[in-house]
Design a protein around this ligand. Structure first.
Ligand code: NAP
Length: 355
């Protein structure tokens, strides 16, 4: 791109989509992306399309962002657009996708854990024997097996919410230039079996959904299909490290215990405990504001996934993150299964066969 072309492009508005924006990481992503964009591109307006599950949640996001940017010198360059989205509902995803303008970057953040409790003896033992590991991978969280969405088609609930809904949006929106998928440190190879794409048989539906995310993104250039392939969408992988949000539903006393354990883990040198959502947003936002050339260069250097972290004193940073092997051979099959499911679901929604 010539300097003139770059300057012209900078004058066009930048459209960003952020799903699951009303709390936790999502709200921080909205604020941080807007701030970083306005600092890096002072003359380029940013249109933030954020999604929530209800108008009242959308109103609280608008109120929060409006007041956060009230004194920003370029606040007139920030435009907020709220959308209602339930990622577990294909109809809702298709409605959103078809209403969107061309999107420069979509941060696919909405998600659930599907956690139903804790194996307390295992949790206590894990914290006593290896605290850093315990509060990084949370292997003692209990998850429901085989839980599906209420409406037809009855898809695996965690799969639909975390992965498939976002997949529909990417494949159905008129144009998405870059999709930043939110993964996790917990996306271990052992948790995903391609013959159980929707994670219906596993005790680890959450980790399975995140590993599936990693597999799709990392094999997309070779095996990608649909608009992802035809439009040359750039798919990239980020995770927030460990952030204290409401994704694990705990009594407030236990929330405090968890927070203290996170700080101890950080002081013990964990490196993966930003704790605060603003700091957790650094890696996904970095991938959102990077130029295309920098993304290509990063991929060429073999960087597959980046995550937010801090040092012992809470100074934030972005760290390359290991992805366990084995995904290379799964890509073709996984992409074929995702596309088959998408075709069936889109046809079913359009014909009224599905709600
Ligand atoms: N927290 C961490 O340490 C951590 C670590 C690794 C990865 N992540 C990932 O980061 C993302 C955000 O998680 P978080 O920690 O910020 O959790 P959170 O505080 O529970 O926020 C989740 C967001 O997703 C929305 N959401 C849930 N189900 C939805 C659905 N069916 N349709 C549309 N939106 C839905 C929630 O909306 P409602 O308020 O309406 O429920 C909320 O805005 C997730 O993808 C998660 O897997 C988090």
């Amino acid at each position: 791109m010539t300097i003139k072309q770059q300057r012209d492009a900078e004058l066009l508005p930048f459209h960003a989509l952020i799903t699951g924006a009303n709390g936790g990481l999502g709200l921080a992503l909205c604020a941080r992306l807007a701030q970083d964009h306005l600092n890096l591109h002072p003359k380029q307006p940013i249109h933030l399309h954020f999604t929530t599950r209800s108008p009242s949640k959308a109103a609280s996001v608008t109120e929060y962002l409006t007041s956060a940017f009230a004194r920003h010198p370029r606040k007139s360059f920030l435009h907020l657009h709220s959308h209602t989205l339930d990622t577990s509902s294909p109809r809702s995803c298709l409605q959103l996708a078809r209403s969107l303008p061309p999107i420069n970057v979509a941060i696919l953040n909405a998600g659930i854990g599907g956690f139903v409790g804790m194996d307390w003896p295992a949790a206590i033992w894990a914290c006593l024997t290896d605290l850093v590991r315990a509060v990084t991978y949370g292997e003692f969280k209990l998850q429901a097996i085989g839980r599906v969405t209420k409406a037809k088609p009855h898809l695996g609930e965690v799969f639909a919410t975390n992965v498939f809904g976002h997949y529909l949006i990417c494949q159905d929106a008129p144009a998405i230039h870059r999709a930043v998928w939110i993964s996790s440190l917990e996306a271990g190879a052992a948790h995903f079996d391609p013959s159980d794409l929707q994670g219906l048989k596993t005790e680890h539906a959450y980790e399975s959904s995140k590993r599936l995310t990693d597999v799709m993104v990392l094999t997309g250039e070779e095996h990608g299909k649909g608009r992802m392939k035809e439009h040359g969408q750039q798919w990239v992988l980020a995770h927030p490290g460990i952030v204290a949000t409401g994704i694990v539903d705990l009594h407030w006393i236990l929330q405090w215990c968890m927070l203290i354990a996170f700080y101890i883990a950080r002081w013990c040198g964990s490196g993966w405990h930003p704790i605060d959502a603003w700091k957790g947003a650094i890696a996904p936002v970095m991938l959102s504001v990077m130029g295309d050339g920098d993304v290509k260069e990063m991929k060429k250097r073999g960087v597959r996934k980046v995550g937010s972290g801090t040092d012992r004193w809470g100074n934030e940073g972005v760290t390359e993150t290991d992805v366990q092997g084995g995904w290379e051979n799964m890509g073709k099959d996984v992409w074929e299964q995702m596309e088959r499911l998408r075709e069936d679901v889109v046809e079913g929604v359009e014909s009224g066969r599905y709600e």
